[in-house]
Design a protein around this ligand. Sequence first.
Ligand SMILES: [Zn+2]
Length: 449
Amino acid sequence: MMCGLEIHVQLETESKLFCDCPTNFNEAPINQNICPICLNQPGAKPHPTNQHAIENALMIALMLNCKIDQGFTYFMRKHYDYPDLSSGYQRTSVPIGYEGELNGIRIREIHIEEDPGQYKPDRGIVNFNRSGIPLVEIVTEPDITSPEEARNFLKEIIRVLQYSGAARGENSMKADVNISLNGGNRVEMKNVNSIKGAYRALKFEIVRQKNLIKRGVEIQQETRAYIESQMITTRMRLKEDADDYRFIPDPDLPPMEIPDELIQKVADIMPEAPHHKVERFVKDYGIDEESAKVLTSELDLAIAYEEVVKEIDPVFAAKWMRDELKRVLSYNKLDYADSGITVEHLVEFLNMLQNKEITTKAGQRIIEQMPNNEKSPKEIAEELGLLGVVKDDEVLAAVKQAIDENPKAVQDYHDGQKASLNFLVGQVMRLTRGKADPGETVKLLKENL
Ligand SMILES: [Zn+2]
């Protein structure tokens, strides 16, 4: 399988690409964020291109290791007719960046486009709030060889875009997915608007094409629509080429130059890309790549980790933040940024563990209480009575007490009911208020039973 992607994501700007209308298209009442320019009324001319959109697209190009075209950049008109496009053409720039790379997948080019409006055929409604919002389009070479690889690549692209702060996330993503099998004709699937959708569309399309090939039918070059609700693709049109769009340079927009100073300015404020951060975490902190990937999965989490390791052993901190912190966050469906867990609290918590003021078990219970809690980990530990590690002789005393008090469980254990051991472990934990080491408890129980 050979697969290439064309990924469209909205750029993060306050106003549209060629006018001053705001970009909060979802919140505004229908057809509120519009003006003669983004409705393309006769005589309305576009403003000069939104500088912020150009800078954001440049940043994305640089973060994806692209070369920057320093010649003149200009916009083309791409013609097609659909109710969401009042002018009959979409403005799309020539490439701003080209020959980039991410995770071994080559990026062919990156350019800017304007979003069309939203058309709801079933209700006969067109909403132009979205018309003219700047998009970045990222085009890959057909280097992707499986649906899983496509999914991973899209996840990584979305992560880079989130890190950049220059584009919106998966919710604004639309992708065209190209696929060919065994060097056959290329089929393009449109309307894919999520990572999961791209994965499912590819899975479906592979089966469809394989069945045709098995029957000796040649795959035709065509454009297909992916229908999310049914997880299938259906034919939209046969053979479409660039010529069909009658591209011409837009005469209303003068060519723009991208000067060295602008590239330098963007490079100076550009955040470190996540894949670079992974490499640096592995090298600087001596942690494994899997941990580094989890810790960089969210920019705020990565920043917190780097603050924490100024005071805590990096490997120890990585283990707890990767396993337990992430467990608690995903249980509560929270991002780290929304968890209210401060670096200060993390440091205090990890110090308590490192200094053996609390057991691992107690640590797991404390961290569960930490999201959106103003109390410090120490205060939580005191409140739950988890401070302190119980000495072995105290555990032994609790083991003996548990055995004395539960003769039936002891009898069941000797009769071969292993589950009763768990019951006795629970009793020891209760007696020691969770401060006994579970492994040690099991060992002592078996000896004394
Ligand atoms: Zn407007």
